[in-house]
Design a protein around this ligand. Structure first.
Ligand code: NDP
Length: 265
């Protein structure tokens, strides 16, 4: 099946790396206008080079924006609408995990994590909402995590914050349905990305090569499919949820955990 997204605009927060960058590539491939954001200018430049090597730069806006800064998000909305007129899809993807357990998570770290997981969805969603309301194919697709439903003690604050975030996303789906804005999420297990590369680089010397280390991690985690997911695999699910391909789906999740999910329903 092929979908033509000419005259469609997709916004992807955290679109400069990993899952977000792969999602931007899929929307561009389908003919959409794409606006990506991130905080780091070098990553923005690298992402622009990667995406424009394969697609027209006329369809791409890469803007610096911190999704936790309301004014910065307002500025990103303004730039996007000025460039592309409207917005049809918002992908709330920006973020990262915090490795810490119950004993060693400081009060400040708890606040930071809750702030990140709630406001990375709230600020972009609320700020882009007036434009999504003007679209006849409006969708918000969020990158969430399996730990929202299946907490892990080594990422205690991220697990708790993801659970609250998922509740928020489901409430948004109910409340925005009458406005014809669909809201869904993907529940990611482990996906190869810059985040994992950063953790690998922080390890003491003497580790196996990166790809071998990833394989060891997949085995240690007991992933039934035996490997990490690829950014494009998560991106494909976000693309489905962010386009009319999923026009009758809202308040739903797609599992991207390679079988790691143990809960029923
Ligand atoms: P990457 O580190 O590759 O990408 C993260 C992206 O988010 C970057 O573009 C980064 O750019 C951006 N970002 C982070 N914080 C902000 C911010 N405050 N404002 C704007 N942009 C921001 O990681 P992934 O692709 O793995 O992560 C994508 C999402 O998937 C994240 O929410 C992550 O928590 C989630 N996830 C990933 C898992 C995995 O195994 N990979 C597992 C579970 C969830 P910059 O830093 O320059 O701002």
């Amino acid at each position: 099946m092929k979908i033509d997204l000419k005259c469609h605009t997709a916004v992807i927060t955290g679109g400069t790396s990993g899952i977000g960058l792969a999602t931007a590539g899929l929307f561009l491939e389908a003919g959409a206008n794409v606006a990506i954001c991130g905080r780091d200018q070098t990553r923005l430049d690298d992402a622009t080079a990667t995406l424009t090597a394969a697609h027209s730069d006329a369809n791409l806006l890469a803007a610096s924006c911190d999704v936790l800064d309301k004014d910065s998000v307002a500025n990103f909305v303004e730039k996007t609408v000025e460039r592309f007129s409207g917005v049809d899809t918002l992908v709330n993807n920006a973020g990262q995990a915090r490795v810490s357990n119950y004993e060693d998570t400081s009060e400040e770290a708890w606040r930071e994590e809750l702030n990140l997981k709630f406001f990375s969805v709230l600020y972009p969603s609320k700020s882009f909402q007036p434009h999504l309301e003007n679209s006849n194919k409006a969708a918000i697709a969020c990158t969430s995590s399996l730990i929202a439903r299946q907490p892990e003690s080594h990422v205690v604050a991220t697990s708790a914050a993801r659970a609250g975030q998922l509740s928020l996303i489901h409430s948004m789906a109910r409340e925005l349905a009458p406005k014809k804005i669909r809201v869904n999420s993907i529940l990611v297990g482990v996906i190869e990305s810059a985040q994992w590369m950063r953790w690998y680089k922080a390890l003491p010397d003497g580790q196996p090569p990166y790809n071998d280390w990833l394989k060891e991690q997949a085995v240690a985690k007991g992933i039934p499919l035996g490997r990490f997911g690829k950014p494009k695999e998560a991106a494909t699910a976000l693309f489905f949820l962010g386009t009319p391909l999923s026009s009758y789906t809202t308040g739903s999740t797609i599992d991207l955990s390679g079988g790691l999910s143990r809960h029923v329903g």
